[in-house]
Design a protein around this ligand. Structure first.
Ligand code: C5P
Length: 397
């Protein structure tokens, strides 16, 4: 809830500006008061009238509105807020923020504010990926600016990729997290994600097809509810989320060490696809063909079970959640796994090739708890993550 909180909302000039109208509605519904500022370009996409009608107050568009200076000067306007939100944050606005330019009302407010700033970037995929924008993003993050999104998807310009503005509900969650009003504020949650790589010799390794998508989505969803997230990840193909502590590892044994170093935590969610076995006779040098036609014989040793060691170790998190990727008898196998590993919940899914789940964007899970099995409808991995994060928050109440 955002009762009594005051948000200065800067609406930049991009097609995603229409989403800022819904954001105003969600913020005010959550109890916040919204003071809207429209950039000149923003007025090309949404009208000052619709913005002020939704916010219930006047909208500021021009530095010289503040002849109004007598009423509220730009310094006061920038400081009276609890949080400054820029949505959509265009490439141009991000560039101005990164260089400290102040040539209109929005950029002047952003330079003058003494409050935290949250941006929701939105732009064409090439503009987002351009080294200049990525440099500006890194500068802004180093300055402590919080970032929500952007998401991947179809874009208004007909291209596909990262650059879509985060959905208004996601920006709302980021606002709540930034203001410390999220349901998981003050909680520390550990998430493991991605595959592990187990070396054969200095140049070769054994791996699996995990992309890290579900673990990454979970870390982002827990962060959005206000948790402090430690994200221990193997070499995943999807990038880690922003706003979490990322610890990169390669092998199962490195993952175990990183997990133990992260304790104590309130909850541990082990979504990593950890290799069960490592090569026991790992070559110190690259293994060579010797011309005899004889292939080298690899010997295997069992890896430590990270989930079981956390569930049975001390300090034990209040909630330990494991995953079970099965190809048959999903509920039976997952129920047995819950008992064997000593964890509280198992999130089970059917990863048989026909489901397309492994490496895909959707998941169909069954949650196994002490009360039995609960099958969720097939949905996006982001939605599974949001639902699971909400359940974790309830369990930690
Ligand atoms: O035994 P299985 O690999 O099916 O168990 C899957 C669950 O156990 C996942 O939550 C996974 O992250 C965890 N696990 C682990 N360490 C291992 C093997 C699996 O933490 N060595």
């Amino acid at each position: 809830m955002l009762a009594g909180k005051r948000i200065l909302l800067i609406i930049g000039g991009g097609i995603a500006a229409y989403k800022s109208l819904e954001l105003i509605r969600l913020l005010t519904k959550a109890g916040a008061s919204v003071v809207p500022v429209l950039t000149k370009a923003g007025t090309e996409f949404v009208t000052p009238l619709s913005v002020s009608a939704l916010a219930g107050v006047r909208v500021y568009t021009d530095l010289f509105d503040l002849t109004d200076e007598a009423e509220m000067g730009h310094i006061q306007l920038s400081r009276a807020a609890d949080l400054v939100v820029v949505a959509p944050a265009t490439a141009d606005l991000m560039s101005k923020m990164a260089t400290g330019r102040a040539d209109d009302l929005a950029s002047t407010l952003l330079l003058a504010t003494d409050k935290r700033v949250l941006i929701a970037p939105a732009m064409n995929v090439r503009m987002w990926q351009h080294p200049a924008t990525q440099r500006n993003l890194a500068t802004l993050q180093a300055d402590g600016v919080l970032v929500a999104g952007p998401n991947d998807g179809d874009m208004a310009c007909g291209e596909f990729g990262p650059g879509r503005m985060a959905e208004p509900a996601e920006v709302l969650a980021a606002v709540e997290a930034a203001l410390g009003t999220g349901v998981l504020t003050g909680r520390h949650v550990l998430v493991t994600s991605g595959p592990t790589h187990e070396p054969i010799d200095p140049v070769r390794y054994i791996a699996n097809r995990s992309s890290g998508a579900q673990g990454t989505a979970l870390a982002a969803a827990l962060r959005d509810l206000g948790a402090r997230v430690t994200f221990v990840t193997g070499p995943a193909t999807v990038p880690p989320p922003s706003g979490v502590t990322v610890i990169r590892v390669e092998t199962a044994r490195q993952m175990l060490a990183a997990v133990q170093a992260a304790l104590p935590v309130d909850a541990a969610v082990m979504a990593a696809a950890v290799a069960d076995w490592r090569v026991a006779n790992e070559g110190a040098q690259k293994m060579k063909k010797d011309g005899s036609g004889k292939a080298p014989a690899l010997e295997f040793a069992e890896n430590p079970d990270i989930l079981a060691s956390v569930a049975r170790g001390t300090p034990r998190p209040r909630l330990v959640v494991g995953f079970a990727a099965e190809t048959e008898h999903v509920v039976d196998h997952a129920t047995a796994k819950r008992a064997r590993k000593g964890c509280d919940w198992i999130v089970a899914n059917d990863v048989s090739p026909a489901t397309g789940i492994m490496g895909g964007t959707e998941n169909a899970v069954t949650l196994i708890t002490e009360h039995g099995a609960e099958t969720w409808p097939r949905m996006g991995k982001d939605q599974v993550a949001a639902r699971l994060a909400t359940r974790i928050a309830e369990a930690l109440q």
